[in-house]
Design a protein around this ligand. Structure first.
Ligand SMILES: [Zn+2]
Length: 454
């Protein structure tokens, strides 16, 4: 362990260098509007490639479209151990009103121990930590059994179609690994039993449902002669509000609640509400997450109808966001929707899958490596992990079908705030101490996996 201790000391010694790298990549705007041309991730990839070249690490940039660069760098092992993939995305969400920001969003100002700017957290803090871990591992000269692969990619904020989706489809051999670390987990949770972090083992799926509601138009002065599609839409909304999704407690997260509080056992559908209320007293965010992991959600988000205030609309379109659990496929969503809409005439719906729910195993030698890496990074031998699924999308959904066990593991300091209002909002920022803990966690995970060999 002397080797690892020495490696981790190198992280503290390199703090200025790590912060400067982070500022440099935040200052390269890689805003992804979702409408081409957009992103311009290549500019950021080129900066990282040049920095890696200066360290003697080769990297390639693969463009899925002009300007949509994906960087892949590799430290070769001797082939006698598993490969580890470090994932991160370089694109960031747009800034709505820069004038409302405390510091200009692309200047990466360092103040109050934090770097401020769009992407400073989501997800360039992951990109910086992965880069720094790779560089420090290379400088150490330690012999690796497996490869360390580092990627900084495009388009995650719009579903990854020009980023990991493109890589998985076109060059899967470039990203093939046994294990992957990505955003989407690795945060401390409040617990009555010491230090507990949640490890992201999967994501819920995302399905978009479009409901077409048909009526008959007419003059607004004689509503009885028409069939108002908007009024009918109200009936549909009412049915959705009254929908009671099936309670599904098969997620492994429900097996580990005793790590949060000894008195919490595995809930049943009958005891779930009581359990959620008790968890809420300890950690309201965890309680909300557990609710999301116990059911499919069906949420109306867009309603379009009518063109003129004196004409009765003949049609309306209602869009809903659906988040599914593992095993809930399109057919399941269709069957649930048919139940919800039963009895309302003139409605039909279409279902489009944006992302399938995927998950990787928990309680394996590799998830134990992650626990030990976290213990080394935080100096807390007592740290424990609980598995969790995130309700949102991450690029891990693209790599799991390739047979890669991918985990949301982007840890922060045990005492740092886990609520991140700046992510996708104003005043996004990331603490320097969190950057150091995350870099150490990646370095330690790489050490256990690639140097010691799993
Ligand atoms: Zn992200």
């Amino acid at each position: 362990m002397a080797e690892l201790d020495d490696l981790l000391r190198q992280v503290d010694a390199a703090v200025d260098e790590i912060v400067r790298f982070h500022q440099d990549i935040v200052r390269i705007p890689t805003v992804n509007t979702g409408q081409m041309p957009t992103g311009n991730e290549t500019a950021c990839c080129e900066y990282i490639r040049d920095r890696l070249a200066a360290e003697g690490i080769g990297a390639k940039i693969l463009e899925s479209a002009p300007g949509r660069g994906n960087l892949i760098a590799r430290l070769k092992g001797d082939g006698s151990g598993p490969n580890l993939l470090l994932m991160s995305h370089l694109d960031v969400v747009p800034v709505e009103d820069p004038a409302r920001w405390r510091y200009p969003p692309f200047e990466a100002v360092l103040a109050e121990g934090r770097i401020w700017g769009r992407g400073s957290d989501d997800a360039k803090a992951v990109a910086t930590a992965g880069y720094s871990a790779m560089v420090l591992l290379k400088r150490s000269g330690l012999k690796l059994k497996g490869d360390l692969i580092y990627t900084a990619t495009a388009d995650e904020e719009s579903g990854g179609f020009y980023g990991y989706g493109w890589l998985a489809r076109n060059v899967p051999e470039e990203i093939r690994a046994d294990y992957a670390l990505n955003e989407g987990g690795g945060y401390p949770v409040h617990s009555r039993r010491g230090l507990v972090y949640e490890l992201g083992i999967g994501e819920k799926g995302r399905v978009e449902v479009t409901i077409a509601i048909r009526g008959r138009s007419g003059h607004a002065s004689r509503p009885w002669d028409a069939d108002n599609a908007l009024v009918k839409a109200g009936r549909v909304l009412n049915a959705i509000e009254n929908y009671r999704p099936e309670i599904d407690l098969s997620s492994p997260v429900f097996d580990y609640l005793h790590e949060v509080d000894e008195s919490l056992g595995r809930p049943s559908p009958e005891t779930l509400e009581d359990m959620l209320a008790r968890v809420k007293e300890i950690d309201p965010q965890l309680s909300s997450l557990l609710r999301a992991l116990s059911r499919m959600t069906l949420t109306p988000t867009v309603l379009q109808a009518g063109v003129k205030s004196n004409s009765i609309p003949a049609s309306a379109i209602l869009k809903c966001d659906v988040r599914t659990l593992p095993g809930q496929d399109e057919d399941y969503v269709r069957a649930e929707l048919a139940k919800v809409l039963a009895g309302i005439d003139g409605v039909s719906f279409e279902v489009e899958t944006w992302a399938r729910s995927t998950q990787s195993p928990f309680g394996t030698p590799f998830t134990d490596v992650l626990r030990r890496a976290l213990a080394a990074a935080t100096g807390r031998e007592d740290v424990r992990l609980i598995p969790a699924l995130t309700a949102g999308f991450t690029d891990s959904q693209w790599v799991r079908p390739l047979g890669i066990a991918a985990y949301g593991f982007a840890p922060i300091h045990p005492e740092s705030e886990t609520v991140r209002p700046g992510v996708h909002g104003i005043d996004e920022n990331f603490a320097v101490r969190d950057l150091l803990v995350r870099t150490k966690a990646y370095l330690a995970a790489a050490y256990f996996t690639l140097v010691e060999g799993l």
